[in-house]
Design a binder for this molecule. Sequence first.
Ligand code: N01
Length: 512
Amino acid sequence: MTSTLEGQSAPAAPPVRPVREVRVAIIGSGFAGLGMAIALRRRGETDFVVLERAHDVGGTWRDNTYPGAACDVQSNLYSFSFAPNPDWGRSYSEQPEIQAYLQDVTDRFGVRDHCLFGAAVSTARWDDAARRWLVRTSAGEFRAQVLVSAAGALADPAHPNIPGLDTFAGTVMHSARWNASHDLSGERVAVIGTGASAVQLVPAIQPIVDTVTVYQRTPAWVVPRTDRPVPPLVRRLYRFVPGMQKAIRGALYLLREFLVIGMAKRRRFLTPVGRLARAHLHRQVRDPKLRRALTPDYTIGCKRILISNDWFPAISAPNAELVTAGIAEVRPGSIVTTDGVERPTDTIVLATGFHVTDLPIAEKICGRDGRTLADVWSAGMVSNRSATVAGFPNLFLLVGPNVGVGHTSMVYMIESQVAYVDDALRTMDAEGLEVLETTPEAQAAYRDLIAKKSEGTVWLAGGCASWYLDKHGHNTTLWPDFTFRFRKLTRKLDRENYVGTPAGSADEEVAA
Ligand code: N01
């Protein structure tokens, strides 16, 4: 304690935490952040930190704990290629198993000691004079030569702007911020949204609630889910014949790539998938009125294709209701739709998705001229190779613009991106570069490539509105081609598209 003039004690100032110097700061510890950290460890780099705002690793798989949360890509494919898990309990794993897998790889590859939990990034600014990123977090400040943003696209829940929602007297929770201590048994529950999260959580809660009312704005195409437990014999085979699990992974990968032909090249190849979805709906929903309400009017694949065997039975149950009228307002104890019907409600579940085309992390990262990524991206997200942005030296984005996929494992794309960043770091080491920055020309060329590849795809021309497109109607989220083409494009750093500044030089820059 220090003394004041009046002789009273003043509270001691909080200790000043020194700024920590690191070579690489990674934001986020989901699949992408962990994948990057593991790659660094595997090549002997130890001078890095993983800044995680929560208190555990896992990203979206840590946060999405709603009942029924599971992956809609088979686990043999939705896992790191270098860390196969012979013990998956089901072909499509549920959230707790995926989260346990991520915790396991964190320990197995020695990156837990590099994770700083409770470190929410408030700003990251490029200091051009020092050639370092200054990263402010709730757990102290860091000066990093390289910043890798792996904050994720499904990280920040989107809350709908519905009149009166803030006046609701009952419980409101987003699917990505589930409150497990709130017991839904016997309640009248409203679920807003019919995306991938809603079709998983509605069947899980329908048997225990009094009523579940689902507010649907746009119906989704749904295909059957071929999920089953993995028999112990198969698990033993995976363990002792790893090549077998690898072969299955390869087969799953190829099968899923076929969908790209229909989605991005020749639309007619989607016809059988559309038939499958229609047949699934007809088999599972007998009531013609309900069936009509659940039938989309856009081409399958335009929005994410959902997979479920229990969504249609759940919404057909006697205690379930599908409401297609828009929501006019929320009152303290009810929801009123535009047709004037008021439905008493105890709990509202917002299954309304995430901020994907307006990533909140973009507001926190300031580049060379002091503008944020969000400013630079105000007309739409742009990048070179989905990884770097002109004016943001030594910044690498994982799961940023145009890396999303609607048909296969995001982990495949993440591994491609990690290899690219890894090669960039190697190049910096090999050439003695302190700074690496992509050119505006490379960025414009990549934007044009994406625009050209996106022309005529189901995402642009399929007749739907989806979170794949930004507010200008541009595809800034999806990779619009085969994923092996993305891998080829990002296998090595395209050095010719970067300007490098050697360590120790004044301002001299070295083009490729
Ligand atoms: O979110 P979504 P999600 N009033 O954005 C509706 C991944 N994921 O959490 O279609 C009324 O898809 C909106 O309606 P519309 C996966 O990549 C993966 O379900 O815009 N409704 C839509 O129905 C997925 O794509 C798994 O007309 C409103 C829903 O809310 C992504 O996460 C599991 C509304 C939002 O659907 C997001 O899925 C779960 C409003 N104001 C999620 N605002 C796996 O299995 C929005 N909606 C891997």
